[in-house]
Design a protein around this ligand. Sequence first.
Ligand code: SAH
Ligand code: SF4
Ligand code: F3S
Length: 468
Amino acid sequence: MTQDIAISSASDLPAAGSTTASRKVFIKTYGCQMNVYDSGRMTDALAAEGYVATEEMEEADLVLLNTCHIREKAAEKVYSALGRLRETKKARAAEGREFMIGVAGCVAQAEGEEISRREPAVDVVIGPQTYHRLPQALKRARTGERVVDTEYALEDKFEHLPDPKKAKAGPRNVTAFLTVQEGCDKFCTFCVVPYTRGSEVSRPLAQIVGEAEKLVATGVRELTLLGQNVNAWHGVDAAGQELGLGDLLYRLAEIPGLARLRYTTSHPRDMDDRLIEAHRDLRMLMPYLHLPVQSGSDRILKAMNRRHKAAEYIALIERIRAARPDIALSGDFIVGFPGETDEDFEATLELVRKIGYAQAYSFKYSTRPGTPGADLPDQVPEDVKTERLARLQELLLQQQHEFARSLIGETIDLLLEKPGRLPGQLIGRSPWLQSVNVDAKSSQIGDIINVRITAAGPNSLFAEVAES
Ligand code: SAH
Ligand code: SF4
Ligand code: F3S
C-alpha cells in the first residue's frame, strides 16, 4: 500500500465527460489505493450532479480531502491543508463566489464532529461508507448546515453510485482499481482500519463482475482488486456454492479483453489453497504479491495480534513460490512496535534476508489513540525507531535494486500505459509493477508488447522492443 504519499488525485481521476456543468471539484487523495478508488467513485457521484473534476485547485468550487488516518503524520496533514483552504474560502467569500470544503475518508470516519469543531470552515464531513450521499450532503450544506455523515449506512453504497465513467480519452483507461471487499476484522493492535472502515464486508460476485465488465468496456486492460483484507473476500455463486478470492479471480479471468489481474492487500492468514492454485493456473494473474508480515519476531507478531509465526509466513511463501516460481514479493514492515528489542529487530532483518523482497513499504510505529498498542508499556524511543528504520530500508532497497538488475537482458511482457517524458517514449508496467520506459507509438497505449530490459534505474527500468 502507498499510505503517507499524498496522491495528487485529480490527475488519477476520471474527468466527468463534457457536461454543461457549472461547478468544479478538486479532490486531493491521501492514503491507500482504496482511497484512490473512492475518489474516483465520488467524482462519479458528483458528476451526476453536474460537477466536473478539475486538476487546478484554484478553479474549484468544491475541494474534497479524501483522508488517511493510518499514522499520526497522515492525519495531521489534513488539518494543515484545511488551514490553507480556510484562507481560500475567505478570499472567495469576498468575491461573492461559492467555495465549499469537504472532508472524506478515514479521518472523517475517525474524528467526525471534531473536524468541524477544529475547523469551522469545513462544510461537509462524510465517511467512507456514506459518500454516495455526498450530493445530498452538499445541498444541505448550502442551506448553512454543517453536515457530518459518518454513520455506517444500511444501504449498499455501491448500489447507489452511478456506473464508473469513461475517463477522458487517454492513458488512464488502461489500468483500474476495483474494490471487492472493505473493512477488517483482524484487529492488529497497531491499526486503526477496523475502526475507520468497520468490519469486513464483501461485495457480491455479480456486482463485481458487472463493474469489471463495464471497466473493460471502457478500455481497461488490467484490474487490481482492492480490499483492506482483499483475500478475506467471500461470496456465493448462482448455485449457492461458497466462493473465495481464488474463485473470483478464475471468474474474472474469463472476461474477454481483460489481460491482467492483481489484488491487494492480503493477510497471510487468508492465503488459502484455492488462491495459491489461481497463482499456479492463471497466467493473467500477475506474478507479484503484496503480503505484509510487519515483523520477523514471533514475540512481536503475537503482541501485534497477527496470529501467525514468522516460520509460518516463510513456509507460506515457499508454497506460493512453488506454485508460481516467477512470483515476486512485496511487504509492509513496522519497526519500533512497543517492546521491540534489538533481538526482535534482528529477527525482522533475518526474515527479510530469507524472503528477498522485490519491493516493500516500511514505517516507524505510530501510536494511534484507541488502538490496543497505544496502551502498551515499553514504547520505543524515537531515535531507536529512526535508526532501525534506516537499517531496514537500506536492506530492502538493496533487494529492490537486486531484483530490478536481475531483469536486465530478460524479455518480458509490458502493458503500455501512458506517454513517457520524452517524445516517442511510452511508460509501461512490468508484470512486477515496475515502470518501464520504452520507445513506442502513443497509438500502442493499451497494448501488451514484448520488450527486452536494457537498464535498471533507481525507480524505473529501460527497455527496447524485442523481436517477436
Ligand atoms: N490490511 C493491510 C494493510 C493496512 S495498513 C494489512 O493487513 O497488511 C497498511 C500498512 O500500514 C500496514 O501493513 C502497516 O505496515 C502500516 N501501519 C498500520 N498501522 C500503523 C501504525 N500504527 N504505525 C505504523 N505503521 C502502520
Ligand atoms: Fe490493519 Fe491488521 Fe486489518 Fe491490516 S489486517 S487492516 S494491519 S487490522
Ligand atoms: Fe489510510 Fe484509511 Fe487506507 S486509514 S491506509 S486511507 S483504509
